[in-house]
Design a protein around this ligand. Structure first.
Ligand SMILES: Nc1ncnc2c1ncn2[C@@H]1O[C@H](COP(=O)(O)OP(=O)(O)O)[C@@H](O)[C@H]1O
Ligand SMILES: [Mg+2]
Length: 231
């Protein structure tokens, strides 16, 4: 593993127990993702995209083989180590936003910084900057229920990038957005990738997202069937 290799999987296999048997969601996946990539895991529903992102994001562990993220082996971490990796280095954008309904936009974006015990005045600066990135400064005091789908997803993006993580994992981030909002969000992500060097890994089957990717890793039934660099 070289310094620029942020994510490396070797024969990564994930099986889910179902009814006394096993379903293989990922089968011996070998993958290497470098710093500054803007990469998508593409493939139809059920092909294993979320399973792969969840393991890379230390939310789940492999059944066999291994996944190393920033040099740490996911399957060998305890819960505290996994949480530390997530808090310090990873930002996760979920398909369904996962915003905290009782908190306003500012507080939702601030949440990862509280986990890192960052001091108050610095937190305010970082949250304001993240809200500027996604164009939501005026909505800082709104509650999630008062936002459109596109605005909610932009809050989720701000929350994922507020600590300027090394890696952002985005699981079908445009699934609930219209075309205009999708393009706005993708352009924001491209800017972050170019200006901050943030590595992005998407899961998607949305052609709009695919048109922005610089690398497409195609999954089918839990196996990589194609891996293409796009110019
Ligand atoms: N917790 C689980 N238990 C059993 N099967 C699961 C579980 N999670 C996912 N699967 C199965 O694994 C396969 C891959 O799922 P997933 O990674 O969510 O695919 P995708 O994100 O590409 O739609 C699917 O067939 C799904 O039904
Ligand atoms: Mg999925």
């Amino acid at each position: 593993m070289t310094a620029s290799e942020l994510i490396v999987t070797k024969k990564l296999t994930k099986q889910y127990p179902i009814g006394g048997n096993f379903f293989t969601a990922l089968r011996e996946v070998d993958l290497c993702i470098d710093q500054c990539e803007f990469t998508g895991i593409v493939g139809p529903s059920g092909s294993g995209k979320t399973t792969l992102l969840n393991i890379i994001g230390a939310l789940d562990a492999p059944t066999n083989g291994n996944a190393k993220v920033l040099g740490s082996e996911i399957g060998k971490m305890n819960h505290v180590e996994a949480a530390k990796l997530r808090n310090q280095y990873l930002g996760f954008i979920f398909q369904t936003y996962n915003l905290l309904p009782v908190y306003n936009v500012f507080e939702n974006v601030e949440f990862p910084l509280l986990l890192q015990h960052i001091e108050s005045s610095k937190r305010v600066d970082m949250v304001n900057k993240a809200l500027e990135w996604v164009g939501l400064s005026e909505k800082a005091k709104s509650k999630p229920a008062q936002l459109s789908g596109g605005e909610s997803q932009r809050v989720a993006i701000a929350r994922a990038i507020v600590k300027q993580p090394k890696i952002v994992l985005a699981d079908e981030p445009t699934a609930n957005l219209d075309a205009q909002n999708s393009h706005h969000i993708l352009k924001t992500m491209v800017t972050l990738n170019e200006e901050l060097g943030t590595t992005f890994v998407f899961s998607t089957h949305d052609e709009k997202v695919i048109s922005y990717l610089r690398r497409k890793i195609k999954l089918s039934d839990g196996e990589i069937v194609d891996d293409t660099i796009v110019n």
